[in-house]
Design a protein around this ligand. Structure first.
Ligand SMILES: [Zn+2]
Length: 75
């Protein structure tokens, strides 16, 4: 029984070593990318017309009505 625990401990140690190794590699890459310790915010969905996140381009109150409509009806 204790042998099993020892083996599990060994595996855990190896896993930790691997992960720590990976982490230092990732840290290095983060440094190269100019990572300053703060994760970039996930891109928020914002209105493409005015940039407000409270609505989208379709419901934008700042959109000039008719400006983007294709002129298929003229002539
Ligand atoms: Zn808008």
């Amino acid at each position: 029984m204790s042998e099993t625990i020892q083996q599990a401990d060994e595996l855990r140690g190896k896993a930790l070593a691997l992960l720590l190794n990976e982490r230092s590699a990732i840290d290095e890459r983060l440094r190269l990318l100019g990572y300053d310790g703060t994760a970039p915010q996930p891109r928020q969905r914002v209105c493409t017309v005015c940039g407000d996140s409270a609505h989208n381009a379709r419901t934008c109150p700042n959109k000039k009505t008719g400006a983007e409509a294709p002129a298929t009806q003229s002539v």
